[in-house]
Design a protein around this ligand. Structure first.
Ligand SMILES: C[S@@+](CC[C@H](N)C(=O)[O-])C[C@H]1O[C@@H](n2cnc3c(N)ncnc32)[C@H](O)[C@@H]1O
Length: 209
């Protein structure tokens, strides 16, 4: 099986006709530890499943991060705001934005001038997020971007020269092997300018019980 998959991969590499999905599936299923990228999980049904996961008692990440963002919102907003100058908040894998809303609301209440650019591979969740945020705050300047993290980050960055704050929440980075996480952070660094900021949610490694 492995040999067949590897031959198929070499063949498609040779012809240069590699579809990303096909390549990801072949690579993931021929590796020692079988895996598939989680980006294929998220469509309307996958989004719903993830929302159900977030609501589980065992999934403490969402509650803990929401508590931090809610309780520390003033300090966070103080740190990320750009004086009285407009700035942009770009969120990678924004999902339904249930936690980010604390920061957005706080900045809006303070009358700060900012634009929110949520990036997500799922158009379904971006529509839900946009509708919910605009229903709560019709004045919010929001520009959803549907697609891959870095393709959309580069697009977002090219839209203006404003100060950027990039969010990557949910301890999503903890799903990556350390080398991939390092590469991910370096890639963000390549896209932004000195003085821009990045806020990443990290979970701690737990003792195994
Ligand atoms: C684990 S959820 C986290 C959602 C949100 N940040 C939170 O903390 O609740 C990951 C989100 O990232 C999106 N996503 C996954 N892979 C992606 C990729 N390669 N590019 C863009 N978005 C992606 C998914 O659609 C999903 O909404």
């Amino acid at each position: 099986m492995q040999q067949i998959l590897q031959e198929a991969l070499s063949q498609s590499e040779a012809t240069g006709e590699i579809d990303t999905f096909y390549q990801d599936v072949i690579e993931g299923l021929t590796s020692e530890f079988k895996r598939l990228p989680s980006k294929f999980f998220y469509d309307q049904q996958g989004d719903r499943l993830f929302q159900q996961i977030m609501a589980c008692d065992q999934y403490y990440l969402t509650r803990c991060e929401a508590e931090i963002l809610k309780n520390q919102r003033e300090q966070i907003c103080e740190t990320i705001q750009n004086g009285d100058t407009s700035f942009e908040i770009i969120e990678l894998g924004a999902g339904d934005g249930t936690k980010t809303v604390h920061i957005l609301d706080s900045l809006s209440l303070q009358g700060k001038s900012f634009r929110y650019l949520p990036i997500d591979i799922s158009g379904n969740i971006l529509n839900e997020l946009t509708d919910n945020l605009l229903a709560q705050n019709p004045e919010l300047d929001i520009q959803p971007l549907e697609g891959e993290y870095f393709q959309m980050l580069d697009q977002a960055v090219s839209l203006s020269g404003l100060h950027k704050v990039v969010l990557f929440l949910g301890s999503n980075i903890g799903n990556m092997p350390p080398a991939d996480a390092l590469q991910f952070c370096s890639r963000i660094r390549q896209s932004i300018m000195p003085g821009d900021m990045v806020l990443i949610g990290f979970d701690l490694v737990k003792d195994l019980i």
